[in-house]
Design a protein around this ligand. Structure first.
Ligand code: ADP
Ligand code: MG
Length: 715
């Protein structure tokens, strides 16, 4: 499977976008095709069929519907390095060129509309000079409407009767036919003015969002044969040395081997405080070096870097459409034909009944329906709202993997936290050891524990190995088995070592003492005999208590789950003000707790760190992983990824989703409400064509502007 991304520059009409999407989906050999209107990007996958042929076919579909759109290949994943390098560059410059071209285009359109409007006003003021009036109005009509007329001509030839260009043309012809020439001109002028400003608003937010995501590094300075060379990030290999100077973006993840600097990580984490790094510290690609030169040893290739992962996450986000978006797309498909059908009925039935005496009057009323038969306001503003929400979230260091998850987040009523690494730092520290009252020495306890835990990745295991300070000889370990939620059993040269919690030892038939302290205890036994315990401490995160208070204050049910023992869990919960605690759980028990809540009809956000809770994350209504910058498992399994490990981000994420949902709902209610009202009034002769023009153009514009508010919302 190869993925192709096409850029459709100048795509301004949302209903055309839907048509392009639907038709291109039917091309043979194309799969997973989506058109992201808000960013003018069409993405698809294909296998055997050559992409050139498919792109040609898509291009012809696009040009048939929207002749002004420029189709270009933006990116082609999984190609040779040089290839993608070329594309990245053409993309960058292409963007500037595009802005420029668009500016010219804007000016031309603006002049055209300005002149049309002037002619229109002249037409309205020259009633006493019919010849002048007619000429001015006719000129205004052609100047503003020729594009719509041409497009509708092309579309009828293809049998597209429900195309809004065609309907606008019919509406204006009808108005001319009954002598309402100013109305006919107004339909065209305001339709075009509306489109113009809508384009402008959409382009503005597109730009605002892309600049938010503009974290792609252009180049890397790498050491090759004693020379510093400038290459693309894709050309750098693992283990290479790269140098980054002040003002430059760090192109790849790695570790500082010399130098020190402050780094701006805000593009990744939403955190505005600069982060300091010196020799030995890890750095993240996408951060900007502020005030020192650093040399970094590269830890992974570009494709696996933080920045590449974030970009691919966000780029794919709009492909997962929210239920509301899907509803609107479906709705739009039926709305136009239904409205046109009513218009026809309104024109024909009363006229037939009255023997065509009042035909003009009913025709006028029917034309009102035609003018508002385009669902443009919704088709543009709803996806734009969700996209702005995702953009806003990512500016705050919250990656939402799809509009569907953003919408789901707004329905949450229960937030369940994992304890370790989520509410606590997950950085364990042994602060005490207990020895069995036998002949065992502290050195023996440390030796046994380090052998048992050496191969475990569990943070507690690591803290024990660190604490002992022993260099383990792997030859001494014959075999090791880890039981999640329990501990480990290792076959070693000194015998069978069991390390873990009370439950774990009990299962092996070993009794461990009940030590009185509110911390986690890892007990160690050798050959079936208990020899001692490590008392382990974990710190509660700084803003955890505050975040939980805020969530509870806002009416959310908050619970905590942990595999840790009861006493430790209760101590943490009490400090944080969490009333519902489930402790001593195995990972599968955590899964059941969450599923049970969901079965009770609750909408559950589960917040975890991805270490052994990936299934729980995947099973929740919305799975949120935290501090996930380094952890692939967590990013994979969750729907929302918090770039920093602050629990307060949860509240922010929910607030952004609610704001998005509110604005989207406002738009739907407002747009449909206005249209229905005008139609109802129109049926009984109380609304005019002018009002219909407002309901079409004005409403679309207001809805789009309303959507852009999501982008500027401060959670
Ligand atoms: P949490 O739910 O807090 O993330 P886990 O499910 O990872 O905790 O682990 C639960 C308990 O199992 C730990 O508190 C610890 O007692 C025990 N445990 C898990 N893995 C290990 C290990 N490698 N060594 C010792 N104890 C372990
Ligand atoms: Mg855990």
């Amino acid at each position: 499977m190869e993925k192709v991304i096409l850029k459709l520059d100048g795509l301004g009409c949302a209903s055309c976008a839907t048509k392009i999407e639907n038709r291109s989906k039917n091309i043979k050999g194309v799969s997973n095709l989506t058109l992201d209107f808000a960013r003018s990007r069409l993405t698809f996958e294909h296998d055997e069929t050559s992409s050139e042929a498919l792109i040609k076919e898509i291009e012809s579909i696009v040009l048939a519907l929207e002749p002004d759109v420029k189709v270009s290949l933006q990116n082609k994943a999984s190609k040779g390095r040089h290839h993608s390098h070329d594309h990245d560059h053409t993309h960058d410059h292409g963007d500037h060129g595009h802005t420029h071209g668009e500016g010219d285009h804007d000016v031309k359109a603006l002049v055209r509309l300005g002149v049309s409007l002037l002619l229109f006003v002249i037409g309205l003021l020259t009633e006493d000079y019919p010849a002048v009036q007619l000429t001015a109005l006719f000129a205004a009509y052609i100047l503003s409407g020729h594009k719509v007329l041409l497009r509708s001509y092309r579309n009828i030839r293809r049998g597209e009767v429900f195309d809004e260009n065609f309907l606008m043309s019919i509406a204006s012809f009808g108005a001319i036919a009954i002598g309402e020439v100013p109305e006919a001109v107004a339909v065209m002028i305001f339709y075009e003015i509306g489109e113009y400003f809508q384009d402008l608003a959409v382009n503005r937010s597109k730009k605002a969002i892309s600049s938010l995501l503009n974290i792609r590094p252009d180049q890397a300075t790498v050491l090759r044969n004693d020379d510093w060379l400038t290459v693309t990030p894709e050309e750098v290999l693992m283990g290479d040395l790269i140098r980054i100077k002040p003002g430059e973006r760090i192109p790849l993840d790695g570790t500082i081997i010399s130098g020190s600097t402050n780094m701006d990580t805000s593009a990744l984490t939403g955190e505005s405080m600069p982060r300091y790094g010196e020799e030995g510290d890890d750095v993240l690609s996408g951060s900007v070096v502020l005030n020192g030169i650093i040399t970094v040893k590269v830890a992974s290739v570009y494709a696996e870097s933080t920045v590449a992962r974030i970009l691919s996450l966000v780029e794919n986000a709009t492909a997962h459409k929210a239920p509301t978006e899907n509803f609107i797309t479906k709705f739009a498909r039926y709305y136009t034909p239904i409205v046109v059908f009513f218009a026809a009925g309104l024109i024909l039935i009363p006229s037939l009944l009255s023997g065509f005496e009042t035909f003009d009057q009913w025709l006028y009323r029917g034309l009102i329906f035609l003018v508002i038969s385009c669902p443009c306001a919704l088709v543009v503003s709803v996806p734009l709202g969700f996209f702005s929400g995702i953009g806003n979230a990512s500016r705050n260091g919250i990656l939402v993997k799809g509009s569907n998850y953003l919408e789901a987040l707004s329905t949450i009523d229960t937030v369940i936290f994992d304890k370790t690494g989520t509410l606590t730092e997950g950085k364990f520290e042994v602060y005490h050891t207990h020895l069995a009252p036998d002949q065992f020495t502290d050195a023996y306890l440390k030796h046994a524990a380090s052998l048992a835990e050496f191969h475990s990745n569990h943070p507690m295991a690591k803290s024990i190995v660190d604490y002992t300070g022993l260099t383990v000889n792997p030859e001494e370990i014959i075999n090791m088995k880890e039981l999640s939620g329990h501990g480990v059993i290792a076959e070693t040269r000194i015998g069978t070592v069991v390390a873990g919690n009370h439950k774990h030892l009990e299962k092996q038939g070993i009794k461990a003492p009940d030590i009185q302290s509110p911390y986690t205890h890892i007990h160690i036994a050798v050959n079936g005999r208990y020899i001692g315990t490590f008392d382990i401490r974990d710190r509660i995160k700084k803003d955890a208590a505050e975040a939980i208070k805020a969530l509870r204050g806002a009416g959310y049910e908050v619970a905590m789950l942990t595999g840790d023992r009861r006493r430790t869990a209760d101590a943490v919960a009490e400090e944080l003000g969490i009333a519902i605690v489930h402790s001593e759980l195995l990972p599968e028990d955590k899964y059941s707790v969450v599923q049970k809540k969901i079965a009770e009809g609750r909408k559950v956000a589960f917040v975890g760190d991805g270490i052994n809770d990936a299934p729980v994350l995947a099973g929740a209504t919305v799975g949120i992983s935290m501090g996930a910058i380094g952890s692939d498992a967590a990013i994979e399994a969750s729907d929302v990824v918090l770039m920093t490990d602050e629990p307060s981000k949860i509240g922010k994420a929910i607030r952004i989703s609610k704001k998005t949902k509110t604005i989207v709902t406002q738009n739907i209610v407002f747009a449909l409400g206005t249209k229905l009202l005008i139609m109802a009034l129109g049926t009984v002769g109380l609304s005019s064509m002018w009002m219909a023009i407002f309901a079409d153009v004005g409403v679309a514009l207001i809805a789009v502007l309303n959507s852009t508010r999501v982008l500027h919302f401060k959670p």
